[in-house]
Design a protein around this ligand. Structure first.
Ligand SMILES: Cc1cc2nc3c(=O)[nH]c(=O)nc-3n(C[C@H](O)[C@H](O)[C@H](O)COP(=O)(O)OP(=O)(O)OC[C@H]3O[C@@H](n4cnc5c(N)ncnc54)[C@H](O)[C@@H]3O)c2cc1C
Length: 448
């Protein structure tokens, strides 16, 4: 059986790794990666990411069902730094670990073979029971199944911009590209759209830098991620957060459990993490009205509790705020105009309007989920062919419990994992969650 894995970041690498590890049935895996430096690392764990740390402690970056040592053990053996399990280590180290894990497995399997192809997949066509996978260089591959491991959707402008702003050289949509830093001059001011973990990565770059930059960040609610604390070993007696279709009842149950157990030492962070590991089941149990209510009213609160930031990063921001180099605002972009060599941003809330004058504007609002806004040629093609159906709540696309894409013609031979499964799983983008899905594929994909 030939299987195409499209994308060689964390998701694609792990799908290949677990299939090589299982080595159950003859198969050839075609692993496509368009960016050489991202193979076995992806966007998050690239080698250049030395200053950016993982957003969970080293000991929490465990992959699912590994036969040998975990990431923390690898760190102890392979780095000279004396990291503790609670340390937030540079993300590129996790990339090196992943690369090594994968490369070690490449030579070990006997029945599953792999071909790594440095090319971009631009189309998939269903031809009878098979799939024809076409690449940018003009080659086609015939496979029985394909896995979209293409990662989070490329960022898109979720606010209106005029062509003169877009072409001014003072604005960038893509927060995974740090080249804009080279354009900045001493003492300049940068405005960051968004106030989550992606914004924090850029704030760390700008505020740590010798350029004496100042930064304004804003989001609709103006919330920052809350701080991590070392994990405690709470054993969750009488844990009873169970599936219900009503979001109000679920929230009341969580609050009740927390207020009963707080005095016995339960920290809200541990409760959030416990609920998060159960999130797909709880999410699937909610009715449509509850899902909509959650997205509208609760999601921003969930995100700042669940996507936490290292203390050190929040302290850097607090210091910069006191020095007048960092400001966090609330609002959404109403208008952006070019004024000479700078930009003027009109920021609105429900009650007022304010203006920011800035030297550079970066969209660091993070996870983009509306598939209709995608500029990715492959995803556009799959939407056009109706092999992909957008989710009604704009959380990506519709998939079944195995990760198969729900399509207009009903055949289930294209699968996905990670961010594109948010509509069905809700929590599915962290390394731990992705590795569990990748492991499940090693069971699903090799069955006919
Ligand atoms: C900046 C950042 C930091 C994160 N930090 C953490 C963390 O600390 N801990 C944690 O648990 N999670 C973290 N995450 C979440 C999660 O682990 C990552 O999102 C994860 O790396 C996603 O991997 P991926 O392979 O799905 O996507 P990506 O890393 O985006 O990889 C997708 C790959 O597919 C390739 N590709 C896409 N389309 C095509 C195509 N058509 N043809 C060929 N190749 C293609 C791309 O070039 C890319 O290399 C972070 C995410 C981000 C973005």
């Amino acid at each position: 059986m030939n299987i195409a894995i499209i994308g060689g970041g964390l998701s694609g690498t792990l799908v290949a790794y677990y299939m090589l590890l299982a080595d159950r049935q003859p198969a050839t895996l075609y692993l496509f990666e368009r960016e050489q430096r991202q193979l076995a690392r992806g966007i998050a764990y690239r080698d250049s990411n030395k200053r950016h740390v993982l957003n969970v402690p080293a000991s929490a970056m465990n992959l699912y069902n590994l036969p040998s040592g975990d990431f923390y053990q690898w760190l102890q053996k392979n780095t000279h730094a004396d990291f503790s399990p609670d340390d937030f280590v540079p993300r590129n180290l996790f990339g090196s670990y992943l690369k090594e894990l994968f490369e070690r497995q490449l030579t070990k399997s006997h029945t599953v073979k792999i071909k790594i192809i440095s090319d971009e997949v631009i189309d998939i066509e269903k031809t009878g029971a098979l799939l024809s996978v076409s690449t940018k260089s003009g080659t086609s591959y015939t496979v029985a199944k394909a896995v979209l491991a293409t990662g989070i959707l490329p960022p898109a402008d979720t606010f209106a911009l005029t062509p003169d702003v877009i072409h001014s050289g003072l604005y960038q949509t893509n927060p995974w590209n740090y080249r804009y830093l080279n354009r900045l001059k001493m003492n300049q001011h940068v405005t960051l759209v968004g106030s989550g973990l992606t914004m924090l990565d850029h704030a760390v770059e700008l505020l740590n830098d010798k350029g004496n930059f100042s930064v304004t960040a804003f989001s609709r609610r103006g919330f920052l991620p809350l701080a991590h604390r070392p994990y405690s070993a709470y054993d969750f007696p009488d844990y009873n957060i169970s599936v219900t279709e009503d979001i109000g009842a679920l929230l009341a149950n969580i609050r009740r459990y927390y207020s009963t157990h707080k005095s016995n030492g339960l920290n809200w962070r541990d409760l959030i993490d416990r609920i998060r590991s159960q999130a797909p089941e709880l999410w699937k149990g909610l009715n449509e009205v509850s899902k909509k209510r959650f997205i509208r009213h609760l999601k921003p609160y969930w995100e700042i509790h669940r996507h936490r930031a290292p203390q050190r990063v929040l302290q850097l921001l607090a210091r910069a705020t006191q020095e007048g180099r960092f400001k966090l605002m609330k609002g959404y972009v109403k208008k952006v105009e070019v004024k000479g060599h700078r930009l003027s941003i009109q920021l609105a809330t429900s009650s007022n309007t304010s203006f920011i004058t800035t030297d550079y504007l970066l969209n660091s609002s993070g996870l983009q989920q509306d598939i209709a806004l995608t500029s990715d040629p492959l995803l556009q093609k799959l939407l056009e062919r109706k092999y992909m159906i957008p989710d009604r709540n704009l959380l990506g696309i519709q998939t079944d419990d195995s990760g198969a894409l729900i399509s207009a013609e009903g055949k289930k031979n294209i699968f996905t994992l990670g961010a594109l499964r948010r509509a069905s799983e809700f929590e599915c983008t962290a390394a731990k969650e992705i590795s569990r899905q990748a492991f499940m594929f090693s069971e699903v994909l090799l069955t006919n």
